[in-house]
Design a binder for this molecule. Structure first.
Ligand SMILES: N[C@@H](CCC(=O)N[C@@H](CS)C(=O)NCC(=O)O)C(=O)O
Length: 208
């Protein structure tokens, strides 16, 4: 049994989607970020930067923080979505997501969606970066069905929930046809639909 310390954010959804994809039994422990539960001293023992997601593998008595590390752990545990012969490429796209795509789109969420009007500089800077991320992913996906080649991998699982915030990005996903095709293919996967709605509240993956 895996315990997933979760809040309903793209980083949280990466792990619920992965757990569904590998058909692994899990239970969700909600961490209320708005009420500061991430700073609870007990939670900080497993997540020292006070961030979700984190997991506890009760069978092995270990805990892991950082979404990329969790995805690698679950992929190794299940033998899925992390093809040994393609790990260098998968690692590259996975790390690009955790170090660049996620954090920078996250800044775009803050300046453009959650706090518009606070900083014109911030809004313009992160809008431009977000648009470049769409463009660069789109260019790459013209040559490659999935991010790390022809097979769906943990790099796609990490990136998908961020692109699923496209309605608040205002970049126009429909204009990036390769990225859109990738998004639509992944959106149709049964495990992705289930993992996206892991709180069972009827949450749907945003369409175009
Ligand atoms: N690099 C981390 C980022 C995790 C992260 O930023 N989590 C956010 C929610 S999406 C969080 O817990 N924020 C709480 C806070 O900053 O106080 C990962 O990929 O797991």
């Amino acid at each position: 049994m895996i315990e997933l310390f979760y809040a309903n954010t793209p980083n949280g959804k990466k792990i619920s989607i992965m757990l569904e994809e590998i058909n692994c039994p899990y239970k969700i422990t909600l961490v209320d970020l708005l009420n500061g539960e991430q700073f609870d001293s007990k939670f900080r023992l497993i997540s020292p930067f006070s961030k979700i997601p984190a997991i506890k593998d009760h069978e092995k008595n270990i805990s892991i923080f950082e979404s990329g590390a969790i995805l690698m752990y679950l992929a190794e545990k299940s033998g899925k979505f992390y093809n040994k012969d393609n790990r260098t490429l998968i690692n590259q796209w996975l790390i690009a997501q955790v170090a660049y795509v996620g954090p920078l789109l996250g800044q775009h969420h803050q300046f453009h969606h959650y706090s518009p009007g606070k900083s014109k500089w911030g809004e313009e800077r992160y809008y431009k970066i977000a648009k470049n991320i769409y463009k660069d992913l789109d260019e790459h996906l013209e040559k490659s069905k999935f991010l790390a080649g022809s097979e769906y991998s943990i790099a796609d699982i990490a990136t998908f929930p961020w692109i699923a915030r496209h309605p608040i990005h205002d970049i126009g996903l429909k204009n990036f046809k390769n990225l859109l095709k990738w998004y639509e293919i992944i959106s149709e996967r049964e495990a992705v639909i289930k993992g996206y709605d892991c709180l069972k509240k009827g949450e749907k993956i945003p369409k175009i």
